[in-house]
Design a protein around this ligand. Structure first.
Ligand code: NAD
Length: 301
């Protein structure tokens, strides 16, 4: 089928590439020309704006870095909303349920269906097509886009209610954010008292403390100190803030979430929004006066 794809970054590019590989015809747009060029080389057609994409396809997907970008691309000037052919806007970005509902309501007035479809599983999941895809939207449109979404991962219909996929995604990313900082604190504690962090991670992964940070992030990006997992601190802090807001808007008091939120605010202050989110360990190390990992995975003090 013809699919529009807007936002060809760390996640969008490999997702779009997979869709091309299974012979969907892609019409792509990004504010970075080099990202468009990369996909054109693989067989996509270039568009000049979100409106241009939406003039040429019924289904427009987007993977964008901020709430503002999703709102503008969907509903702004030269946005998807102005397209002649578009029937549905599938937002693969994490924007929180309130923004998803806002975009849904604006698009509905033009008879465009918004399908919430945030994803989890990182760049590796996007490359391999093993993402968890959390969809909310009308059943008929879900059925129309499911064959394409199957190419990028395992698809779950969360609900037909707008924004529900986002609530699911925030619950997931709150856990991922918590695992990253909690594992950092645990390993820094061990290193401070003289344990080898590589041994610690091996033990944790063979034991009940195992989590996505100890299983994936520490071996690949923290112990070798490459800090290159592929998810920006700014994006993680966006998700943590959205999760805390979502809990507050439901009238919940969440003590773990508040503490995790404070830790991530310290990470973004210290490391900046462009840093890789695995750098979350650095302010915790600094406060403890230790460095975890490095050459041979052995700690320095
Ligand atoms: P990214 O910053 O690498 O990519 C975003 C892309 O959007 C860039 O290519 C940028 O040039 C483009 N863009 C920005 N504004 C635009 C606009 N107005 N019009 C067109 N293009 C525009 O971000 P990413 O890591 O790919 O993340 C995208 C979304 O996926 C975010 O919502 C993020 O929270 C979510 N996500 C990311 C990961 C991950 O591991 N990176 C995992 C799951 C979900």
């Amino acid at each position: 089928m013809d699919i529009g794809f807007i936002g060809l970054g760390k996640m969008g590019l490999p997702m779009a590439r997979r869709l091309i590989e299974v012979k969907h015809q892609l019409i792509v747009f990004d504010t970075r020309q080099e990202a468009i060029d990369q996909l054109v080389k693989l067989g996509a057609q270039a568009a000049t704006s979100p409106k241009d994409v939406a003039d040429r396809t019924e289904t427009v997907m987007a993977s964008l870095p901020s709430l503002k970008a999703s709102l503008e691309v969907a509903t702004g000037k030269d946005g998807v909303i102005e397209g002649k052919k578009v029937k549905r806007f599938v937002d693969l970005s994490t924007v929180g349920s309130q923004m998803a509902v806002k975009i849904h309501d604006i698009l509905q007035k033009r008879n465009i269906v918004q399908i919430d479809s945030p994803v989890s599983g990182g760049v590796t999941g996007a490359e391999k097509g093993t993402l968890a895809v959390m969809v909310s939207g009308p059943k008929a449109d879900y059925e129309a886009v499911k064959p394409a979404l199957d190419v990028i991962g395992k698809v779950f219909l969360i609900s037909t209610k707008p924004g529900a996929g986002q609530t699911m995604k925030l619950a997931n990313n709150f856990l991922s954010a918590t695992a990253m900082v909690a594992t950092s604190e645990a390993v820094v504690m061990g290193v401070k008292s003289g344990l080898d962090p590589k041994v610690m991670i091996d033990v944790i992964n063979a034991g009940s403390g195992m989590n996505t940070a100890s299983r994936d992030k520490f071996p690949r990006s923290v112990l070798p100190r490459s800090f290159d997992f592929g998810f920006a601190t700014g994006l993680m802090v966006k998700d943590v803030r959205l999760a805390v807001e979502e809990m507050r808007s439901l009238g919940l008091s969440m003590e773990v979430a508040e503490a995790v939120g404070r830790l991530w605010e310290a990470v973004i202050r210290d490391q900046g929004p462009e840093s890789d989110f695995t750098a979350a360990i650095k302010p915790i190390e600094k406060a403890a006066g230790v460095v975890v990992g490095g050459k041979g995975g052995v700690m320095g003090k």
